[in-house]
Ligand binder design. Structure first.
Ligand code: ZN
Length: 185
């Protein structure tokens, strides 16, 4: 496995529609492994294939503590969604920034794993947000186009401070550790 180069906002690859995966080739298995490694190395909670320059419908999500562990989503589809939550979001392709985005509170997703075995899962709150964010990437959509109230700057220190001051209680409720709310996805 190896780290992949993250593509940043302004790179046309982030605005393209990704193609479905028909079969898991050894190359794509390697890509999934690299995406997981890159996401963890960058301390992100999600990463989509176009963020490393590959136009395939593959995303990985790992919200860390309180979450189900690393999830691989191949050809994901949202079967149903309910509710709305507006909260902060960030992206590894838009470093140092965050903004408020409204996402479903709960979703049901169907996808394939890295062995092309189909599965369905439900996700709520921060996990649902992370999955929706990654799925947008597969359609060439960046969260910055969905932000209400404008983007704001987050440095690593400011990020921690922000969470402690304003989001600590909420993060604790959601089983999240402070600092994850505006982590890149
Ligand atoms: Zn992102």
């Amino acid at each position: 496995m190896a780290l992949r180069q993250i593509r940043f906002e302004g790179d046309p690859v982030l605005e393209k529609n990704c193609r479905e995966v028909k079969e898991m080739t050894p190359r794509l298995v390697e890509l999934v492994g690299d995406m997981l490694e890159t996401m963890h190395a960058e301390q992100g909670v999600g990463l989509a294939a176009p963020q490393v320059g590959i136009l395939r419908r593959i995303a990985v999500v790992d919200i860390g503590e309180g979450g189900p562990g690393p999830i691989v989503l191949v050809n994901p589809v949202i079967l149903s969604s309910e509710g709305e939550v507006t909260d902060n979001e960030g992206c590894l392709s838009v470093p140092g920034k965050a903004g408020k985005v409204t996402r479903p509170q709960k979703i049901c997703v169907r996808a394939f794993n890295e062995k092309m075995e189909p599965f369905e899962m439900e996700a709520e709150d921060f996990l649902a947000r992370a999955i929706c964010h990654e799925m947008d990437h597969l359609d060439g959509v960046l969260y910055v186009t969905k932000v209400t109230g404008g983007l704001f700057d987050v440095g690593e220190d400011e990020d921690d401070e922000y969470d402690e001051d304003e989001d600590a209680a909420k993060a604790a409720d959601a089983g999240e550790t402070a600092g994850e709310e505006t982590d890149g996805q």
